[in-house]
Design a protein around this ligand. Sequence first.
Ligand code: NAD
Length: 370
Amino acid sequence: MTTYKLLLLPGDGIGTEIMAEVKTVIDWFGKRGVASFEYEQDLAGGAAYDAHGKAISEATMKLAQESDAVIFGAVGGPKWDSVPYDVRPEAALLRLRKDLELFANLRPAICYPALADASSLKRELVEGLDILIVRELTGGVYFGSPKEIVTLENGEKRAVDTQLYTTSEIERIARVAFDLAKTRSSRVASAEKRNVMKSGVLWNQVVTKVGKEEYADVALEHVLADNCAMQLVRRPKQYDVIVCDNLFGDILSDVAAMLTGSLGMLPSAALGAPDATTGRRKSMYEPVHGSAPDIAGQGISNPIAMIASFAMALRYSFGLVEEADLLDRAISSVLSKGLRTGDIYTEGTTKVGTKEMGAAILAELDTLSA
Ligand code: NAD
């Protein structure tokens, strides 16, 4: 039986509450006997700043490098608003992404049938929705140089950001998207702005070439990023996997995510390149939401985004697809029974706290696997 090493970094605020719930889920899967999970827990974000004066210590980074997956809660809060910029809680996330070279961000948008009415779109447009946005995370306009604001001779200011991509950066993110599509319905839509951006022209050419030469069995379509945004709110179910650069991915993944409801429901993954000998990728799984200081410590946060992030780890890091499906089904089924944390509560449903939601998901896992 394979043993996987996990590093749990709860972080701050509700991070610790939701991590406590996902731990019970990890233990449940450990007892099931398909794989065993060893985990260590450590500090990140404001908690690490309080203990070590920085957002993540070198010892914690070493544990992250040695782990098969990092399971990350959330960091930040008003307590650390005035700490120096380079040691602010969010620096932990950036350091992990950079050092582990996590260049592929996966953001699924899944509409649980029980929550279809909570979407801002009509039920028939979102019911059964299951799309995956694959966003390039370490290149593009957020990192390209020059990046500056300069004062011109006439006293005016000029701001410059540089959108920059190389062939290899596009190839590796395209491969992630094509590989994932093969585990789903074998369709990829690549979104760029080739009509007005040189980086869009290269993106289009490289994705086309990778698709043709390495993934002839996956259907590839190209869509202009602005049209893609429009299509996502018009007819989202036409898509399966969407691949895009850092900037468009930032926007399109938020649009797609919001089709399906609350922040407390949204998982994400960040993957690195596969290791040449073991084939394993460095990876980090985390909810999309932050540390929610407004509700921290009250035991009312929604643990589903965190637990669904572990389901992604089962699926994408450990290849335990049946287990991932089982966990996703347990979440869906608890929602169908009407259990809701405050963020997704509607009249006629049963309001529960963080622990009750976690316990209900465990009970559902027992029932579904009996
Ligand atoms: P947030 O995501 O923490 O909260 C936004 C709103 O959504 C709040 O009203 C919150 O109560 C609610 N919410 C979020 N997650 C929830 C959950 N699981 N259950 C129930 N309700 C939930 O965003 P914010 O308030 O803008 O930021 C708070 C702190 O988190 C800031 O310090 C910010 O920098 C940090 N942050 C961290 C991350 C991260 O760690 N990845 C991401 C975003 C924000």
